[in-house]
Design a protein around this ligand. Structure first.
Ligand code: NDP
Length: 396
């Protein structure tokens, strides 16, 4: 029976997912890209046809409205839905999958628009309903979360008897030439980096002020960079699934210009997520700011430099202490050459495609709601090498 794949969300990441699914169309069958703004889907479909001569179809959907999603699912009857809209739509799309019996994948955990809080609670709570509907949800199949979870599972499977500490490192050394812009959706990005930091140690979460802890890490192929401790969602599932873990932290690099702009915007209230009244109209400052900032999808053409994302794991193998760094380096300009996107969308979109490919090929299968590190990492790691995200390991 021929397959059908529905991608929801035609932003920077959706562009890469659509390109990469089209490049692997034997696995995905008919591909439909649906989003709130149909013209964005059509522009991506046209670019794919021009560049690689594969036709994908398009549709309009407001994924905040569950009834509309159900109508679209009934019409298309896809084998899988790849959700690369915004985290706000995770629950409506998951609920529509439950009601229509369709497998689900996303790259970011649910957030309520009015509360900047990332957690898996509400998505994990749907495990029973996914099981009753005999379908699978794969959560967080981007780079971080996503590949970073798979790197941890790979380290656990092949390199350690016990992992004691993990530091997830996310370095983007790209330069787009603007004084201030975000590499993925501005609202989601700014909510993430302006939130309090948090890491896990000896069974407890320890909270820090935003950007309170800075450490200089040396990133292979990039160099030394100031890196700030943030809370990041993959830690919530990794603490449940990695054996013997005593501490896990997440660090991300930020340039001086980005931080100065962010502090200033925060000080004047532009990062607020509550409505304010402006000349008789209600506006949310963060949403207004997102409207002013460059569209991340437009940064591709101008971004130069590299990303390096990886995990440092320390632990014990055969009674001896051991440290490894598993990492992936991408070059923004090469990403753009291949799929007309900068490196952050590229490194997120490819793992989303790979997760869906493994589900469709039944290499990763299960019923219920799953996180990435719960599956065998080997087929995913092989696909990363083949699909444009080759990785390396440093051992000491
Ligand atoms: P963009 O803002 O570029 O794109 C989001 C797309 O979703 C837009 O096309 C938007 O439509 C569409 N959309 C928003 N709301 C709706 C709705 N109600 N119904 C239908 N479509 C909607 O974001 P990115 O592509 O940068 O990010 C996509 C996702 O990837 C986000 O969830 C983000 O958190 C995640 N991400 C994950 C990463 C990881 O490593 N795990 C890293 C980076 C991002 P419109 O064009 O009309 O606004």
């Amino acid at each position: 029976m021929s397959k059908r794949t529905l991608i929801i969300g035609a932003g920077g990441v959706g562009n890469v997912v659509a390109f990469k699914c089209a490049m692997n169309h034997q696995s995905f069958g008919e591909i439909i890209l649906a989003s709130r703004t149909l013209s964005k889907c059509e522009a991506i479909a046209n670019n794919i046809f021009k560049k690689i001569n594969i036709k994908i179809n398009t549709a309009q959907i407001d994924a905040d409205v569950i009834e509309d999603i159900v109508v679209l699912f009934d019409l298309l009857q896809p084998n899988i839905v790849i959700n690369v809209a915004l985290p706000y739509q995770d629950l409506t799309i998951m609920d529509a999958c439950i009601s229509c019996g369709i497998d689900y994948l996303d790259t970011a955990n649910y957030e309520h628009p009015d509360t900047a809080k990332f957690e898996y609670k509400e998505q994990w709570a749907r495990d029973r309903e996914f099981k009753e509907a005999n379908i699978m949800a794969l959560l967080g199949s981007g780079f971080d979360p996503g590949v970073t979870n798979v790197f941890c599972a790979y380290a656990q499977k092949h390199y350690f008897d016990e992992i004691h500490t993990i530091d997830i490192l996310d370095c983007n050394d790209g330069d787009h030439g603007y004084p201030f812009a975000t590499n993925f959706n501005p609202e989601i990005n700014l909510r993430e980096v302006s939130a309090k930091g948090r890491y896990w140690q000896n069974g407890e979460w320890i909270e820090t002020k935003p950007m309170e802890i800075m450490k200089v890490w040396n990133y292979p192929e990039v160099g030394e960079k100031d890196s700030y401790l943030l809370y990041h969602e993959e830690m919530e599932s990794l603490v449940k699934h990695i054996k013997g873990l005593k501490r896990i932290r997440f660090f991300m690099t930020f340039g001086e210009s980005y931080l100065t702009h962010m502090r200033c915007l925060e000080n004047i209230g532009m990062l607020g997520i509550k409505e304010v009244e402006h000349k008789g109209q209600k506006i949310v400052p963060m949403e207004f700011l997102a409207t002013l900032l460059p569209d991340p999808a437009s940064l591709g053409e101008r971004t130069k430099g590299k990303t390096n994302i990886g995990i440092y794991a320390k632990g014990i193998k055969n009674g001896e202490e051991k440290t490894i760094y598993i990492y992936q380096v991408s070059d923004h300009e090469k990403c753009y050459e291949e799929v007309l996107s900068q490196g952050v969308s590229y490194t997120t979109g490819i793992p989303a495609m790979i997760g869906a490919k493994l589900m469709l090929e039944k290499k990763w299968q299960g019923i219920g709601v799953w996180n990435m590190e719960e599956f065998d990492p080997d087929p995913f790691m092989e696909e990363l090498n083949q699909q444009g995200l080759p990785w390396k390991i440093k051992e000491s």
